[in-house]
Design a protein around this ligand. Structure first.
Ligand SMILES: C[C@H](O)[C@H](O)[C@@H](O)C(=O)CO
Ligand SMILES: [Mn+2]
Length: 425
């Protein structure tokens, strides 16, 4: 007997088929897309290497929702829970501060062995891993500068950390049989108007040249560089601006990371993809949601998310774009935050795949903007929800908001107990 989900799916298929959209093929393609889910939503970007270290680098997590992960095991368990509620097989994005080791090791001395438990876990779970040097939340970044630091010794420390990070990334790639993307983001910048904008950028360029000097097989590790327009404490000037990294990335064949929250409020990354794609071999995305001063709210189904999906689908950029997430909210259940943001990202891609892209392009080319607008608007109420529900059911994850009950149970049985344990310790 057909379930109601199957019945609605069959009905939806007929409607899409009228426009030449094969929904079964769409779902096959969707299942191949991997989203890199950031581990740092699970513990408010604290990591395990320096437990007493405050979060710095001009980023901030607000909220005190109970149950954050305090150990690698807890973080892995929380991510497993989240993945059990998200359709598809994906990747986990780690920062260097998430090393799992009893050794007292500083960032410049990190080695693949300090991440072995993550590799073993990823293998067991069938996940890929991505990586990031952590150029913040450390005594050597306390004045806000790392790779562009005027002190050569401090600068060297951060260069060594980034070099070590690439080797860890390559190890992930080789061990897991999936290319790791190692993304460099540094917070360097000034609160007030600088006297010299050039010198820090020259130093950053020189540091990056040293970081990337060693050739690493792109089968195992791809390097990325991430810009930002401003941070808390770097309101006037950020060394690694968009222009800086666009130039650096294109010249040196590095992936340019576009974080949706790292641009001026009226600028959108969806509008940058088609340009960057013409001059690069690939792009890294940090799908996020800026709000006021914050660049990292949980991803919702807003116009920009839909446009990012459309640009990737319509311009056939899915094979060369690495889709990562970057948000952190401590005011809601952290597992739910992952589930909401990741499901939305996948759903936005599915919605884009279910649009009559070719017909829209054709209408545009023929100057028939009436058809372009009419079709665009009508498709906003096509039954993509029925397709999404079927996809979730087929992938063995909860349909619609059913996942929320599972998160609530997990909160009661696991997350809240952590608070009692922490109070005892
Ligand atoms: C943890 C950070 O969000 C991340 O490293 C970086 O990608 C960023 O976006 C900083 O604003
Ligand atoms: Mn980011």
């Amino acid at each position: 007997m057909q379930t109601s989900v199957e019945k609605s799916y069959e009905e939806a298929k007929v409607l899409y088929q009228k426009h030449g959209i094969n929904v079964d093929e769409v779902l096959e393609a969707l299942a191949k897309i991997k989203v890199s889910v950031h581990c740092w939503q699970g513990d408010d970007v604290r990591g395990f290497l320096f437990p007493d270290q405050e979060l710095t680098g001009g980023i901030s997590v607000t909220g005190n929702y109970p149950g954050k992960a305090r150990t690698p095991k807890q973080l892995q368990a929380d991510m497993e829970k989240a993945f059990s509620l998200i359709p598809g097989k994906h990747k986990v994005n780690l920062h260097a501060i998430y090393a799992d080791t009893n050794e007292k090791v500083d960032l410049d001395q990190l080695e693949p062995k300090h991440f072995q438990s993550w590799v073993d876990w990823a293998k067991e779970q069938g996940l890929g891993l991505d990586f990031n040097p952590t150029c913040f939340s450390h005594e050597k970044s306390s004045d806000g500068f790392t790779l562009s630091h005027p002190d050569p010794e401090i600068r060297q420390f951060w260069i060594d950390h980034c070099k070590a990070s690439r080797k860890i990334g390559a190890y992930f790639g080789e061990q897991l049989g999936q290319t790791c993307v190692t993304n460099v983001w540094v917070p360097d910048g000034y609160k007030d108007v600088p006297a010299d904008r050039m010198a820090p950028r020259q130093r950053l360029k020189d540091s990056l040249d040293q970081v990337f000097a060693e050739e690493i097989d792109p089968k195992y590790n791809l390097d990325a560089v991430e810009s930002k327009v401003f941070g808390l404490g770097s309101e006037a000037y950020v060394v690694g601006s968009h222009e800086f990294y666009m130039g650096y990335g294109i010249k040196n064949d590095k992936l340019i990371c576009l974080d949706a929250g790292h641009f001026h409020p009226t600028e959108v990354i969806s509008n940058k993809l088609s340009s960057l794609a013409l001059f690069t071999n690939g792009i890294l995305l940090h799908v996020s949601r800026p709000m006021r001063w914050d660049s990292d709210h949980v991803v919702v189904m807003d116009d920009e998310l839909l446009d990012i999906g459309r640009e990737l689908v319509r311009n056939k950029l899915l094979d060369t774009t690495h889709i990562g997430l970057d948000f952190f909210d401590a005011s809601i259940n952290r597992v739910a935050a992952w589930v909401i943001g990741t499901r939305n990202t996948i759903k936005a891609l599915m919605r884009a795949m279910l649009e009559p892209s070719e017909a829209l392009k054709k209408a545009e080319l023929e100057g028939d903007f009436t058809t372009r607008l009419a079709l665009t608007e009508e498709f906003k109420s096509y039954p993509f929800g029925a397709v999404w529900d079927y996809y979730c059911a087929k992938q063995g994850v909860p349909v619609r908001e059913e996942w929320l009950a599972e998160v609530k149970t997990y909160e009661k049985e696991v997350l809240l107990k952590r608070e009692t344990e922490a109070a005892v310790v």
